[in-house]
Design a protein around this ligand. Structure first.
Ligand code: LIP
Length: 273
């Protein structure tokens, strides 16, 4: 009841700026890498350091708040989303990019209350792109209002997706099937290497739709709010409501386009978080 979203935003944005400086300063340095689910699913020391910076400072300011972080979870902690205020944090989304200095890595942070995003921040400190949203107040890039394209025509749509961080044969078959169908029916296809930045491109109107199977809540929670505050829609890739634990996402510039892409896609159901 005493929830003060503005105060939460002011606290987190300072920490995100600080974390961004760390990521930007390390981008072109050698990284110490560890593997998560497989040898193309990566974590670096910077992921760990940034997550600790955010969680330790946020929990000092907001002792009752909960946290879901990529790094914490990779250490075996179970993902549990309750109705309590919960910060969902990906310290470095696009870790493969970060390891290679491909300049599309970002911090993705969202604050949920009653499982509903109130704040979303996606910050690429290497290219200085800061996407922000507070529920009901619109979406912004570096302080300037952004809007989705409004595209409804699949044949004119630029679609973003990813190839995934697994070499599982069944998943790869679905991925290739969907790439082929998308290339055949859309205007073009792009993969930035960061689920959060792909969604930010939909919010910006630079891409028209994004889908991915195999993501986690921390890859999409901030993007969900930023896309919707920019006038877009988010859902499960079937068109059903988005479920942060289902590891599946669709974001689009219009309900019409979302529906067309949902009908096009071969569905894949990873194990839930
Ligand atoms: C990864 C994304 C990647 C996506 C994976 C994964 P990480 O996040 O950036 O684009 O395909 O599903 O979530 O591991 O770099 O934070």
């Amino acid at each position: 009841s005493e929830f003060d979203v503005k105060r939460c935003y002011d606290v987190v944005i300072k920490l995100v700026d600080e974390a961004g400086n760390i990521i930007a300063s390390r981008n072109d340095q050698q990284k110490t890498i560890s593997e998560k689910s497989c040898d193309v699913d990566l974590l670096t020391e910077t992921d760990q350091e940034v997550e600790t910076l955010l969680i330790s400072n946020l929990s000092k300011e907001f002792p009752t708040h909960r946290f879901i972080g990529e790094e914490e979870t990779s250490e075996g902690k179970k993902v549990e989303l309750t109705d309590l205020p919960t910060w969902i944090i990906d310290p470095v989304d696009g870790t493969m990019n970060f390891v290679h200095t491909f300049p599309h890595s970002c911090i993705s942070v969202a604050l949920l209350v009653n499982k509903d995003p109130q704040i979303g921040i996606i910050y690429n400190p290497i290219l200085n792109q800061k996407f922000t949203a507070i529920k009901g107040e619109g979406a912004f890039l570096n302080g300037r209002r952004i809007k989705v394209s409004g595209q409804t025509d699949l044949g004119k749509a630029l679609i973003t997706t990813e190839f995934g961080t697994t070499r599982d044969t069944e998943k790869l078959d679905v991925t290739m099937d969907n790439l082929r169908k998308t290339i055949e029916s859309a205007h073009g296809i792009r993969a930035l290497g960061s689920a959060a930045l792909n969604m930010a491109m939909v919010a910006l109107g630079a891409a028209d739709c994004n889908y991915e199977f195999g993501i986690h809540a921390w890859d999409i929670a901030a993007g969900d709010l930023i896309v919707r505050e920019a006038g877009g829609v988010t859902s499960d890739p079937t068109g059903q409501p988005l479920d942060f634990m289902a590891r599946r996402v669709l974001a689009a510039s219009s309900p019409e386009l979302a529906n067309k892409v949902a009908n096009l896609l071969t569905q894949y159901y990873p194990p839930r978080d």
